[in-house]
Design a protein around this ligand. Structure first.
Ligand SMILES: *Cc1c(COP(=O)(O)O)cnc(C)c1O
Length: 520
């Protein structure tokens, strides 16, 4: 069958382009207008009595007309939001191989524990004597994290990975200021392959960023770090395992060199899931590392809720940790909230951090046990390598055909001269029902595709994913450009003009002028 451009018609174009349903719905895939387009001013989902007569005291500021909020009946409201929610992809719906994000299953047991009334219904302003159990839970979670990382201190309050980076770097800044070197040490070393939050954090805290080039094999060399070190360097921010999915082999040497030069070692611990129970970051010589509880410890993220980014600290940085923290005094636990009279750099959050995430993460840790946590890491690495090995003959790998940690990295050399880009490939994955992998990151790899399956996927699930990617790769080989160039064919919306959406965002709905109004 030929379409109007004269090229073979892809099945997707038949489904979406040539045949339209009356409702624009496609089977259970419902179109959903904006609430402003369907809502009416004369409808509401609740019964409210007419207010009694009163004299407004707003004077000239009193509202002269209706507020103009669209109303829906209760069932219409329900459907509106449920339909919108169904347009979200989620780990509960399918494999979510977004590299560096550790989109693992969120066990329902975590949710059950977080909803226990004694944990879910308490308030941060309750007297401490009434929340001793909650404080003990924070202390226990802190203990697990310090044991797993081999670090002597921890700040629990940061609310995400990037927030944890800020916390660690502020502790480093305070430690350097306490040494009287605040004015002279103003540079932070960041490898080219780093997550964007690393240089952004360093800059936010007031440091200049000095880039360290990546080596041919995707890792950072101690020699390159030594070359960049000097009396102006406050710290290095290094990710391990790094964003290429590789363990930094010279990390101990790098830590030693940084310390000898008077700097501190911040480790981005977002990829901790690859090494839990296998390596203790404290043994590698790091001074600060955030742990994304929402990645490694299975608390929901990615449109699914708040994160939590506790930061483990070395002995040298411990005195500068932020308030608040839990302190044990015999049987009793106290919540230390004030920094006066200490070297603490201050406070980063209201209250104590993400309590709900602590409950979920601790449930995850305790239900796995230390041996289970180690096995989760081993399985995450095994799953990534299974994918890597099963695709090695059809997709190209930037650093050769060798084992990775918890994520498999491919580049776009295998797409060369096909007319298909990494973006096109990702869009075709959407048609197959998969959330795409991380694309074009890390920046050091051309057309990068970073796949992180996590340990939660079964072999059957991995096999179907691999077969799907192989099928797509076969289409690339066969020159079936149409399968990619117009993808996604089956999604609620097709290829969007992402550049225009970013440059000219339309953030406000404006009522369209009707034909009758225009004629007046
Ligand atoms: C996710 C991630 C971060 C940031 O963590 P958030 O919780 O999203 O703020 C930092 N570095 C790396 C390598 C990451 O993968």
């Amino acid at each position: 069958m030929l379409n109007m451009q004269g090229r073979p018609t892809h099945v997707g174009e038949v489904a979406t382009g040539e045949r339209q349903t009356f409702t624009r719905n496609r089977a259970l895939q419902m179109e959903e207008p904006l609430i402003f387009e369907t809502g009416r001013f004369d409808v509401t989902g609740v019964d409210i009595d007419e207010p009694e007569k009163f004299t407004p005291r707003l004077g000239a500021h009193a509202r002269k007309s209706g507020i103009g909020l669209p109303g829906l009946t209760e069932p219409e409201t329900m459907r509106h939001y449920v339909r919108l929610s169904q347009k979200n992809y989620a780990i509960d719906a399918g494999l979510y191989p977004l590299g560096s994000c550790t989109m693992k299953h969120n066990p329902r047991l975590n949710e059950k524990m977080a909803r226990l009334p004694g944990l879910g219904d308490i308030h941060p302003l309750q007297p401490q004597s009434t929340v001793q159990g909650a404080l003990e839970l924070i202390e226990t979670m802190a203990h697990w994290l310090m044991v797993l990382t081999g670090m002597p201190a921890i700040a629990m309050s940061p609310k995400a990975g990037a927030h944890g980076e800020a916390c660690g770097m502020m502790a480093i800044k305070a430690a350097i200021a306490a040494r009287g070197e605040g004015a002279t040490r103003n540079v932070v070393l960041v490898p080219d392959s780093a997550h964007g939050t690393n240089p952004a954090t360093a800059a936010l805290i007031g440091y200049h960023v000095r880039a360290i080039p990546a080596r041919e094999d995707g890792t950072v060399s101690a020699e390159a770090v030594r070359d960049a070190l000097g009396p102006d360097v406050a710290a290095i921010m290094l990710t391990n395992p790094n964003t290429c999915g590789l363990f930094e082999k010279e990390i101990v040497e790098i830590a030693r060199a940084v310390h000898e030069a008077g700097g501190y070692f911040y480790c981005d611990g977002a990829n901790f899931n690859a090494i839990v129970g296998k390596v203790r970051p404290g043994d590698l010589g790091i001074d600060a590392m955030h742990i994304n509880l929402h990645k490694t410890f299975s608390t929901p993220h990615g449109g699914g809720g708040p994160g939590a980014g506790p930061v483990v600290l070395s002995q040298a940085l411990a005195p500068f940790a932020p308030v608040p923290f839990v302190r044990r005094d015999g049987e009793k636990l106290a919540f230390v909230e004030h920094a006066e009279g200490t070297q603490s750099f201050g406070r980063m959050t209201a209250f104590h951090g993400q309590m709900g995430m602590f409950v979920r993460a601790l449930t995850y840790a305790m239900s796995h046990g230390s041996d289970g946590l180690r096995q989760a890491s081993e399985d995450a690495v095994l799953n990534a390598n299974y994918i890597r090995a099963c695709l090695a003959d059809v997709m190209s790998q930037p650093f050769g055909d060798r084992p990775c940690m918890h994520e498999a990295l491919f580049d776009d050399r295998w797409l060369k001269d096909s007319g298909i880009t990494t973006l096109d490939f990702a869009k075709a994955m959407i048609d197959e029902g998969y959330h795409p992998m991380t694309m074009y990151f890390p920046l050091v790899v051309h057309g990068a595709m970073l796949i992180e399956p996590t340990e939660s996927e079964s072999k059957a699930s991995l096999d179907l994913f691999i077969m799907t990617l192989r099928d797509l790769a076969m289409s690339v080989r066969d020159g079936d450009v149409a399968r990619f160039s117009g993808a996604p064919y089956f999604a609620p919306r097709r290829r969007l003009d992402e550049t225009r959406a970013a440059r000219q965002p339309v953030l406000k709905w404006v009522k369209p002028v009707t034909v009758a109004e225009a004629a007046e």
